[in-house]
Design a protein around this ligand. Structure first.
Ligand code: AMP
Ligand code: ZN
Length: 493
């Protein structure tokens, strides 16, 4: 009997606003789609949190014995600056600013994304499709939506007719918004540019003469709207109806709402059975975001070179810190919280390695291991409650310490079971890895702190030859100092 039959999983479904027992469409198989990154800059730790949350979910489903097809896309076209239909394409803009090809931008940041995912021990998805690789599929969907009467063509662009859709369905069912309220709250009375109504969104946009990323279509040269790619790729690889769709909370509206509308207008009854949304990572109480600069990049975290943190933290510690919060709760990142997680993580790793060495007895074991193991499952079965799982695992840590101290006892068989439970939950499910602590990063960060301080002191006493020497020699060694309003930071070139 598969483990999933014995461990009923309930998942909070954003669509119903309730926890529901998870029942996949096809027994033993799960189709899961997660919106991937827009590859126009380095992923920050906020993005990483969402991908770590879904990696943990992917891992647990696999652990339960499901065969999971996990599709996570790469957005390499169509995502405009304001997340709606205005502004320049984010990738095209970066290409223009750096004077390189858009596909060079895509390549550079896709590689960075993959390296970052590997550093955090995220498993690769089963399929990682790109928007530009699925232009034909997107065009076919637009054609069908026009034929079904839910989209209209204007001046080489095609817009989704939200009002027409809302007449036969419910636009806003995921985000809990009502179209009447959206109309009421919009200042514009007429459509935005070519749109009939401001709520309509682009399925296909005409490429102006200066727009470099363009493809031929029945409506002239253009490019797909941002929401369309996910409908096209999820349908292609998971079918018109599939089990789980995930992404960050900020994608619920408009992105996911529009995905549902597109799929239903295409002819699918209910495209997704369970909608999952991961909550935001904040810094100084504000959402981490690329656009505002309120973020920390993974390499800055691993080297300690960001002014918001006072030392380096390893990928395993950061992952552990993130999983100590429930994926649906907001989490604020700080040095203090990370330091506490670091201590906890080390304690956990120590206990796991000590398990092998515990003295055994032929009599009884001081805790009920089977009950402890089931409580670990109960935590995960309750909407992937990793903070409760970690608290339960720490009961095991305490017990290991008690056996080491001689105040508790364990049989040989239970010692093996204890170890197996740790391995399953800590390494397989939470995806933590033995800390490959980058000692070099730690040492560099300590030495750099000292050099930055010496340079600062030299500048204060107007000894500019010393301060310049420090800066120039570091530059020669491939370390660039940057003076900002929060102090001096460094980058490895
Ligand atoms: P983007 O590349 O902007 O499309 O974002 C990729 C993923 O990261 C999406 O699922 C976003 O919802 C998610 N994301 C963006 N900012 C944060 C944040 N501060 N915390 C958690 N997830 C985020
Ligand atoms: Zn998407």
């Amino acid at each position: 009997m598969a483990l999933y039959s014995k461990q009923p999983l309930s998942i909070y479904n954003s669509l119903s606003g309730k926890k529901e027992i998870f029942r996949p469409i096809s027994e033993g198989n799960v189709g899961m789609y997660v919106c991937g990154p827009t590859v126009y800059s380095n992923v920050h730790l906020g993005n990483c949190r969402t991908f770590i949350s879904f990696d943990m979910i992917f891992r647990y489903l696999r652990h339960l014995g499901y065969k999971v097809r996990y599709v996570r896309n790469i957005t390499d076209a169509g995502h405009l600056e304001d997340d709606a239909d205005q502004g320049e394409d984010k990738i095209a803009k970066k290409a223009r600013l750096e004077q390189i090809e858009p596909m060079e931008v895509v390549q550079k940041y896709t590689v960075d994304f993959h390296n970052t995912m590997a550093a955090f021990n995220n498993l690769p998805p089963s399929i990682e499709p790109t928007a530009t690789g699925h232009i034909l599929e997107q065009i076919e969907i637009v054609k069908q939506i026009i034929e079904n009467g839910f989209a209209y063509q204007v001046n080489g662009s095609v817009y989704f007719d939200v009002k027409a859709f809302n007449d036969s369905s419910d636009y806003g069912k995921l985000s809990g918004r009502k179209l009447e309220d959206m109309i009421h709250n919009t200042r514009e009375t007429s459509g935005q540019g070519d749109k009939r109504n401001p709520q309509d969104f682009a399925l296909w946009k005409k490429a102006e003469a200066t727009h470099i990323m363009r493809w031929p279509s029945p409506w002239g040269e253009g490019f797909p709207g941002w929401h369309l790619e996910c409908t096209a790729m999820s349908t292609k690889y998971l079918g018109e109806q599939f089990d789980i769709h995930g992404g960050g909370m900020d994608l619920k509206f408009p992105h996911h709402e529009c995905e549902i509308a597109q799929a239903e207008a295409f002819g699918t009854k209910k495209p997704v059975n369970y909608w999952l949304h991961a909550n935001m990572l904040t810094l100084n109480g504000k959402k981490m975001a690329k656009s505002t600069g309120n973020n920390i990049l993974p390499h800055e975290m691993f080297s300690g070179s960001n002014p918001n943190i006072d030392k380096a933290f390893s990928p395993s510690v950061v992952r552990f810190f993130m999983l100590q919060a429930h994926y649906r709760s907001v989490l604020d990142l700080s040095s203090v919280a990370l330091s506490a997680s670091e201590k906890g993580f080390r304690k956990l790793m120590q206990a796991i390695s000590d398990t092998h060495k515990l003295p055994t007895t032929t009599e009884t074991t001081g805790i009920d291991i089977a009950n402890w193991e089931q409580r670990c499952y109960d935590a995960m079965n309750d909407d992937f409650n990793t903070p409760i799982l970690i608290a339960t695992l720490f009961e095991g840590v305490k017990f290991v310490q008690a056996v080491s101290d001689g105040t508790q006892s364990i049989t040989l068989k239970d010692r093996e079971r204890l170890h197996t439970v740790f391995i399953h939950f800590v390494f397989d499910v939470l995806g933590l890895s033995e800390e490959i602590q980058n000692q070099d990063d730690q040492h560099l960060s300590g030495a750099m702190k000292l050099l930055i301080q010496l340079r600062e002191e030299a500048r204060k006493r107007k000894d500019f030859s010393t301060s310049d020497l420090i800066r120039d020699q570091l530059k020669e060694a491939g370390i660039e100092l940057k003076d900002g309003k929060d102090g001096t930071t460094y980058n490895l070139s």
